[in-house]
Design a protein around this ligand. Structure first.
Ligand code: ARG
Length: 460
């Protein structure tokens, strides 16, 4: 039975069932790099403050680095009796250094330690997601360049609405992912706060220098209230939210591409290496990767919910409930990182079925709104123009033809403002070319947007 750091006051040993129940080492071991990094900074600060000698500090530093190596080489022994990663590393240090190792926990508690480790982990993890977001943006911009002449129907209510450039679709995802990056950058500012040195709950009577620890660890600021610092998990919730929106965006994309790759839509050919087959139906090529991306959104949203409920009604300051923050947080990152990593090559490897798309592009009266605006430009009030075009569409539907195939007489009869120039705005190609407003699918603007994304992403 391992000795506990709190043995002094206890008359009985911990029940092994309690050890099993309360342990977190099975999942918080992944914090080891951050725990060791924070401990080294803490020891250096203690030495500067005169609470450790330079020699003690050096022994601690070397001891911790050796422990890190042991962990990385798979030679470190874990035991539920040592509860969590913090106690494991400290105990291993004491085993190596004896009394010198016993000094490391001066002016800190596991409460500020775990908060610091977790913040360091979130900083590294968020930065990793940021890189993956950029990779996916690059894949979409690559598609935009490659598909720049393809026109697709845009949908509202999943009904054909107006024609747009395929590139306009791809850049729409770049915008969403850009907001995800901005959200992380903003969240990062608050994560980037040093809580170490707030100790258990009230701070310490010892002459520590928290600014020095912050400097050593690269934190931008230090938490100003020890009660707040040890209870605060806002940063974890915010990160989970940033991740949940990324998952939502991926889920929209996955859903769209699942539809587009159906026989019924026939817009998209997914790379076969990213599809799987059926064990019974020999003809099937299924979009399982996309379905799993869409499906994984559920757990990411669930994890956010778990974290929100976890902190609900917790009195200040540290409560052991907070140990439950790690699994949802780790799972969120692992899940979103995996989805982003698989999305980029899938986006790059898919192909638009250009002929199938073109063959049906004049179905669905995608040019009706452009025709209405053509009338508005000739002075017809919008409501009137809407009615005129509605009747023309009805006529064309009855005849089973697109608007562009109605005879001139029908247009002339519909409105005195219509003459043979009407054919210039009809058809998806002309309709797309007619767009002008900023942010529209106007070809000149989309080309400009592609250029500006390329430039922006080159610099990341
Ligand atoms: N394993 C704990 C956690 O993850 C560390 C902090 C424990 N603190 C305590 N006073 N028991 O939250």
């Amino acid at each position: 039975m391992a000795k506990k750091p709190w043995d002094g006051v206890f008359e009985t040993a911990t029940d092994s069932r309690v050890e099993e129940f309360t342990e977190s080492i099975s999942y918080d071991r992944r914090l080891y790099v951050h725990d060791i990094r924070a401990s080294i900074a803490h020891a250096q600060m203690l030495a500067k403050a005169g609470l450790l000698t330079a020699d003690e500090c050096q022994q601690i530093e070397q001891g911790l680095l050796a422990i890190r190596q042991q962990i990385e080489q798979g030679q470190f022994e874990y035991s539920t009796s040592r509860e969590d990663i913090h106690m494991h590393i400290e105990a291993a240090l004491v085993e190596r250094l004896g009394d010198v190792g016993r000094k490391l926990h001066t002016a800190r508690s596991r409460n500020d330690q775990v908060s610091t480790d977790l913040r360091l982990w979130v900083l590294a993890s968020g930065d990793e997601l940021d890189r993956l977001l950029v990779d996916l943006q690059k894949a979409f911009v690559g598609r935009a360049e490659q598909d720049r002449d393809v026109i697709l129907p845009a949908y509202t209510h999943t009904q054909r609405a107006q024609p747009v450039l395929a590139a306009h679709y791809w850049l729409a995802y770049c915008e969403k992912l850009e907001r995800d990056r901005q959200r992380w950058a903003d969240c990062r500012k608050r994560v980037n706060t040093l809580t170490l040195g707030t100790a258990a709950v009230a701070g310490t009577t010892l002459p520590i220098d928290r600014n020095e620890t912050a400097r050593l660890l690269g934190f931008e600021r230090i938490a100003a209230n020890s009660l707040d610092a040890s209870s605060d998990r806002d940063f974890a919730v915010e990160f989970a939210f940033v991740c949940a929106l990324i998952a939502e965006h991926l889920s929209t994309w996955a859903e769209e591409w699942i539809l587009w790759s159906t026989y019924e839509f026939g817009f998209l050919k997914l790379p076969q290496a990213f599809c799987t087959g059926s064990s019974i139906m020999p003809q099937k090529v299924n979009p399982d990767v996309l379905e799993i991306v869409r499906g994984k959104t559920a757990r990411v949203i669930g994890n956010l919910q778990s974290l929100l409920v976890l902190i609900k009604g917790l009195p200040l300051a540290y409560n052991r409930d907070l140990q439950e923050d790690k699994e949802p947080l780790f799972d969120t990152f692992d899940t979103v990182a995996a989805c982003l990593a698989i999305a980029a090559p899938l986006v790059a490897g898919a192909e638009l079925r250009r002929e199938a798309i073109a063959a049906r592009l004049e179905h669905g009266y995608l040019d009706a709104t452009t025709l209405m605006e053509h009338l508005i430009l000739r002075g017809v009030p919008q409501r009137t123009a809407h009615g005129i075009v509605g009747e023309l569409v009805r006529k064309a539907m009855h005849a089973g033809v697109p608007l562009a195939e109605l005879p001139l007489a029908d247009f002339e009869q519909a409105s005195p403002q219509l003459d043979k120039s009407v054919y210039d705005v009809l058809g998806s190609q002309s309709a797309v070319a007619a767009f002008k407003s900023y942010g529209s699918t106007s070809p000149a603007q989309v080309a400009e947007q592609i250029r500006s994304w390329q430039k922006k992403l080159e610099q990341v």
